[in-house]
Design a protein around this ligand. Structure first.
Ligand code: GZL
Length: 326
């Protein structure tokens, strides 16, 4: 009788661990109080936006509920793949990551699936044929962000006959935000012959590269630039330095619209050097933590979780600046 009872208890314990864990050490909600071990692979530290995003994730995934294993990929896909493989080897409970580019993830995501470790995408999406390779994606609608930037430009160009010559500082080549912001922007301006994108090049989302590429644009176009569309505020801030060093006035000689809504953008708008920024909210930490709790507990989650965002212009900057959280 005693052997039978012990057997039943052991069976129960295994079942409990099985339903509370997801192939990892088990834990978190219902896992006898064990923390949920999360492997998080971050793109890098390339922009103010990224710094705020990292802070938000680290503030949300805290002990004792979570055990966070955080890796900074320095904007290199090979580093992210290495990190994901390490998380798999460590048998974490959940993997979460922001993929630096859209393609090249099938193999490592299949390895995570084979190890029965659920994957949550944050911030950026992946382009995979098998949708079951990740459970959910939380992040902004980058196509809509591109549309919003173009709608601001159309409004700002009211009464102008054109041509309105635009240069475009694109984000990291192959990344979802770069691909989608470009698509959304072009979708709105096409059909209005006043607008011409005369130069486009990647500034890799950084201030330094944004400045360098804008210097080249100014030299090449020799005064023939009316507008800069930058895929993020950091490249716009770098470009502002290049515009000033060329003896031109950012915000008037060259009007500028960018994306993110970081503090530096509000300071530039307040100084009259940036005309508009489209918000892209990096503060996903709390929503991500709840998604991880739900995924780990085996609860249903939406395939796509978006965040609310707005558009801010120069005249709103001074009033809004004190409210900014990133
Ligand atoms: C957008 C994010 C982008 C930001 C950039 O969600 O992936 O990466 O717009 C950041 O500032 O580098």
């Amino acid at each position: 009788m005693r052997k039978f009872l012990f057997g039943m208890l052991a069976l129960g314990a295994v079942a409990l661990a099985g339903c509370s864990g997801s192939g990892g050490e088990g834990g978190g909600e219902g896992g006898e109080g064990k923390p949920i071990t999360v492997g998080f692979s971050q793109v890098g530290a390339e922009s103010e936006w990224r710094t705020a995003n990292t802070r938000s994730v680290k503030e949300a995934l805290v002990a004792p509920e979570f055990r966070l294993r955080f890796s900074d990929a320095q904007q290199k896909q090979e580093n992210q793949i290495k990190a994901l493989r390490s998380f798999i080897a460590q048998r974490v409970d959940v993997i979460a990551f922001s993929p630096v580019v859209e393609s090249g993830w099938e193999t490592v995501l299949r390895e995570a699936k084979a190890a029965n470790i659920p994957v949550v995408l944050t911030d950026r999406a992946v382009d995979v044929s098998d949708e079951s390779l990740y459970v959910t994606f939380i992040g902004s609608d980058f196509v809509e962000e591109g549309r919003r930037a173009a709608r601001w430009l159309i409004e700002d160009s009211e009464g102008k006959t054109g041509p309105v010559r635009i240069v475009e500082l694109q984000g990291t080549v192959g990344s979802a935000p770069a691909n989608d912001r470009m698509r959304g922007f072009k979708e709105v301006i096409e059909g209005d012959s006043r607008f011409q994108i005369v130069r486009s090049q990647s500034g890799d989302f950084t201030r330094a590269k944004g400045k360098e590429v804008m210097e080249a644009f100014i030299k090449a176009e020799n005064g023939g630039i009316d507008v800069l569309f930058a895929h993020n505020d950091d490249m716009a801030i770098g470009a502002i330095q290049a515009i000033e060093e060329a003896g031109l006035k950012p915000g008037s000689d060259i009007r500028i619209v960018s994306i993110d809504g970081v503090r530096g953008a509000f300071e530039a708008m307040k100084a009259g050097k940036l005309n508009a920024t489209v918000e892209c909210n990096p503060l996903l930490g709390e929503q991500l933590a709840q998604l991880i709790r739900d995924v780990h507990a085996g609860r249903e989650v939406p395939r796509r979780v978006t965040v609310e965002e707005g558009v801010y212009t120069m005249d709103q900057a001074a009033a809004e600046l004190p409210n900014r959280k990133y």
